[in-house]
Design a protein around this ligand. Structure first.
Ligand code: PMP
Length: 362
């Protein structure tokens, strides 16, 4: 037996604030119906696959050189997509919105600082805060998973957080926030406010984006991703819009050349084909609304959803329901408050398989 045989994580001189923590853990299980990570189930068309392959080939010859460190062309394309008069100087991009959020916490959080979120919400926000040595304060959502502006303002006044996280539409509940709620929180917050709009494109028509608040609020950051509606989760491209000064702050913590040449080129190609990629959003919204109706028709509790997933319950033993579905080849997510489960919206065939499996399990 060597010294390393009996060695484990507990023996390492890891930071004390990481000791005993669990890593992010959506299971990656190879089953026929994967409805657990809120991806878009529709892959690129054969002609878009051709275009993606072509830009990879075109860029391959230059891979001996570092990429554009500031990703200016991509940021200009993202600004044009977002609209609202935004320019490349107000847009920043990284490897998934997770990296964007990590950079925000590196720049605006840190030792002695704290971040506040309203739970249940996206589990990576506290994990990224901890990784950036930022204390996490868990505020609460209401029973309908909305945020009460008066209570939120009171929590902000009590804790004086350096960063506030608002997720809209929220993961895992699907709840969208009213712009007045966001505005009240931004007005009260002493530091940065991040509105995580990863699922914005799935919101019901007429839902305003927090981007509308940017001109009056230089400490507001709106994050987005190409992982969900844009059907590009494998590309790893997230981005944000904010005052140019915020982006100057992020340049202090980003790794040089963090976005590879291939990532930038593929993301720009996807943006150029946004009509095709976002063309599935209406279908997914309709499938979502049909799923909500179907689940309610079975007497289940379902949270109103503006996203591409649905939180439903309430099960005395949700683990048994989750396992029963998995045994039938359907992977959903055991997440949210006790008793609830979350299903991502897939193709009509996948949703039919989910419904058939759930009927059997129940
Ligand atoms: N924000 C929210 C609310 C999410 O649900 C996710 C992905 N599950 C992300 C951010 C991160 O996505 P990505 O890093 O792929 O952009």
């Amino acid at each position: 037996m060597t010294a390393s045989d009996a060695f484990s994580l507990a023996d390492l001189p890891i930071r004390s604030d990481l000791r005993g923590r669990e890593p992010y853990g959506a299971p990656q299980i190879d089953v026929p119906v994967r409805l657990n990570t809120n991806e878009n189930p529709y892959g690129p068309s054969p002609s878009l696959v051709e275009d993606l392959a072509r830009v990879v080939r075109e860029n391959a010859a230059g891979l001996n050189r570092y990429p554009d460190r500031d990703a200016m062309a991509l940021r200009a394309d993202l600004a044009a997509y977002l609209g609202h008069g935004l320019t490349a100087e107000q847009v920043w991009a990284a490897n998934g919105s997770n990296e964007v959020i990590q950079q925000i916490l590196q720049a605006f959080g840190g030792p002695g600082r704290c971040a506040l979120g309203f739970e249940p919400s996206y589990s990576m926000h506290p994990i990224l805060a901890t990784g950036a040595a930022t204390e996490w304060i868990a505020g609460a959502r209401e029973e309908d998973f909305g945020i009460d502006p008066a209570k939120a303002v009171a929590a902000i006044e009590e804790h004086r957080p350096d960063v506030v996280f608002l997720t809209s539409p929220n993961n895992p509940t699907g709840t969208a926030l009213a712009p007045e709620t966001i505005a009240a929180i931004v007005a009260a917050a002493p530091g940065m406010v991040v509105v995580d709009e990863a699922y914005f494109e799935f919101a019901r028509t007429g839902t305003p984006s927090a981007l509308t608040l940017l001109p009056d609020h230089p400490r507001l950051i709106v994050t987005r991703t190409m992982s969900k509606a844009f059907a590009m989760a494998g590309t790893r491209l997230g981005y944000l819009a904010a005052h140019p000064a915020v982006i100057e702050a992020l340049l202090l913590v980003r790794l040089p050349y963090h976005l590879s040449t291939l990532t930038q080129a593929v993301a720009r190609t996807a943006l150029a084909h946004r009509q095709e990629l976002l063309g599935t959003v209406d279908r997914l919204r309709a499938e979502r609304d049909a799923t909500v109706d179907w689940l309610r028709g079975r007497g289940l509790k379902v949270a109103d959803s503006d996203a591409n997933f649905v939180l439903f319950g309430h099960f005395p033993n949700r683990r048994a329901v989750w396992e029963g579905l998995l045994e039938r080849g359907v992977l959903i997510r055991e997440v949210g408050p006790p008793g609830w489960l979350r299903v991502s919206i897939g193709t009509p065939e996948e949703m039919a398989a989910f419904k058939a499996a759930l009927e059997e399990v129940l």
